[in-house]
Design a protein around this ligand. Sequence first.
Ligand code: SF4
Length: 252
Amino acid sequence: MKLLLHACCCPCTLEPLRLLLEEGHDIAIAYMNSNIHPAEEYEHRRAVLLDFAREQGLEVIEGVYDPQAWSRAAGVFGTDPDQRPDRCRACYRLRLEEACAYAAANGFEGVATTLTVSPYQYTETIREELERACEPHGLAAVFRDYREQYPEATRRSKAMGMYRQNYCGCVFSKIEAAEEREARKAERAAAKAAKEAAEAPARAAAEAARQKKRAEKQAYANKRAAQRAALKAYKQAHHDDAACCEKGNKAE
Ligand code: SF4
């Protein structure tokens, strides 16, 4: 079918595009992501996607970059972790509604999205929002769960030297991702310290055993040295006695 593929970024586009082309669809890509903050990041991801699409001979339709619309729709939920599912739902809705409106107005038959590549997204919510956005336009919601393709998407994008962002897109996700990285770093440091503490008695025992062995070796060496010195002294004394006797004999 004539399919509009909503793409959140280029690395996440690789595998869905490959699989949807294999299914035989006639595909154009929609870059409609007002969630991305800051504008430089939005442009960077777009440029990477445009380069790739040009190489593939694919058309990219760009939406209106409207961060304020995103703030009104999704940003209002803020950073409260309990509100994150609602925030992400509103974010999916804004972008997928934009993609579906464009698809309906331009003769597309269905809409798909690359959002499900990431295992960090709410996959079922994406399904619901894609179906919800397609339904009033009579478009087919070409939903696929691409989470299994995440490792391959990672591998391919790295192999291609492609820019890979380290946060989802919005200003809050940037803060959350940085906090999560810090938390993981602190966890690794704590685990390392705990491991070292757990291994300390064994290390101390091994060191004590080494010192004991060294002391035994030294004691043995001292003993042997004393024996050699005693033997040498004995030999010397014996030699002196023999020389004295010999001298005495000659004198007689
Ligand atoms: S974390 Fe990602 S999906 Fe959720 S609101 Fe932010 S940009 Fe949108």
